[in-house]
Design a protein around this ligand. Structure first.
Ligand code: NAD
Ligand code: WQD
Length: 335
């Protein structure tokens, strides 16, 4: 069984990916410093999968910890999720973001080279596209100057990966550019755990429906879209997790010194108001909301062209927006 090191594997996307990896016959080894997650996620993973998981609590920039892991397990690939992701905080504490997001990638690449580990899947983001002129966005759509230090770390990490592969480091890398991950494991045992007031739409919707937040503010309804609110491509986290499994399999078929990028989205755009209405309809629960001012720096509309991932990985999303919002609510209710 192949051992896959998952940095940030106790987090939202990493935990769901651990489940999918086990189902596909891999053995995930998780390293997480729990800076944005909780140890009980590991117990939940064991409940879902019926398997004991190998977990190392610590910083994935810690070279001695990485060497300890390599001495205890033969690692065949890495999925690097670990990063800070709060866009707003990154504008106030940019160095924290550059340090962790870039520093951890550099440490992982050093570690891979030293231990002759070939395969890496990296968590990138549709944020690298900014506001594209032409929609949907393909992988050829030019990247733009980042709106935030967080976004810039993703762009810089992609550049580092390209340069490292060009240097003939003997590795194979895929950057997955995620659109907007939503939903949770259908069991309701794992999901997104926002700390403090959520900045993202769906956790704010579920917390408002649960009465934790009094009211959701829709940031603007006067944009040039079907109903005036912004458009995003909301992808179920289980489908997103599955894309990582497909990416690993695909890397295994490539020669070394390989780098490529893939969009991971559904290919459909939905507005913020559509999300609220769909949430209310599938869950038969009201969401108290008001229309407010535009949020500075917001992208008006973006959704993915998924032709590349559909054909190259034979990956297709199997969950609808309704499924995503049902699973997000199911998860919220367990919290
Ligand atoms: P998350 O915060 O839930 O998970 C990240 C995990 O990494 C957390 O468990 C955290 O404790 C851990 N971590 C952070 N720095 C670490 C370090 N130095 N060493 C060890 N562990 C560390 O976030 P997520 O939503 O699961 O995102 C995973 C990745 O996907 C991130 O790289 C993020 O930037 C990227 N991404 C997320 C989204 C999104 O909307 N959720 C969209 C695009 C890209
Ligand atoms: C979605 C829509 C808001 C909250 C962020 C990051 C991006 C990427 C994904 C990681 C927008 C609206 C939101 C609220 C609202 N992450 N909204 N009221 O903006 O697509 O992107 O997460 O890489 O880098 O910037 O996601 O969930 O914040 O917002 O009206 O209370 O919901 O204006 O139109 P976004 P989001």
């Amino acid at each position: 069984m192949k051992n896959i090191l998952i940095t940030g594997g106790a987090g939202y996307i990493g935990s769901h990916t651990a489940v999918q990896l086990i189902e596909a016959g891999y053995n995930p080894i998780i390293i997480d410093d729990l800076s944005n997650s909780e140890e009980k996620v590991l117990d939940r993973l064991e409940e879902i999968t019926g398997r004991k998981l190998t977990f190392y609590k610590g910083d994935c920039s810690d070279k001695s910890l990485l060497e300890k892991i390599a001495s205890e397990h033969e690692i065949s690939g890495v999925i690097h999720f670990a990063a800070f992701k709060a866009v707003g905080e990154s504008t106030v504490q940019p160095l924290k973001y550059y340090q962790n997001n870039i520093g951890s990638l550099l440490a992982i690449l050093d570690f891979m080279k030293a231990n002759r580990i070939k395969d890496l899947v990296f968590s990138s983001s549709c944020t690298v596209y900014g506001q594209p002129e032409v929609l949907p966005v393909t992988e050829e759509t030019p990247r733009q100057d980042a709106e935030s230090p967080y976004g810039n770390t993703k762009k810089i990490c992609e550049d580092i990966l390209m340069d490292f592969v060009k240097s003939q480091a003997g590795i194979r890398v895929i950057s997955l550019r995620y659109f907007n991950p939503v939903g949770a494991h259908p069991s309701g045992k794992i999901g997104e755990l926002p700390i403090g007031t959520p900045a993202n739409l769906v956790p704010f919707v579920t917390q408002t429906a649960a009465g934790i937040r009094e009211k959701l503010t829709v940031f603007g309804d006067d944009y040039d879209t079907v109903d005036g609110s912004c458009v995003r491509d909301f992808i179920h986290v289980m489908d997103l997790a599955d894309a990582h499994v497909k990416a690993l399999a695909y890397l295994g078929e490539q020669q070394v010194d390989f780098y490529d990028v893939f969009n991971v989205g559904t290919g459909n755009g939905n507005t913020v108001l559509e999300v609220i209405r769909t949430f209310e309809k599938v869950n038969r629960v009201k969401v108290n909301f008001e229309i407010g001012a535009r949020r500075p720096g917001d992208i008006v509309k973006i959704w993915a062209d998924t032709a590349k991932i559909n054909s190259v990985f034979n990956w297709h999303p199997s969950y609808s927006l309704e499924d995503s919002l049902r699973d997000s609510w199911n998860w919220q209710k367990t919290l």
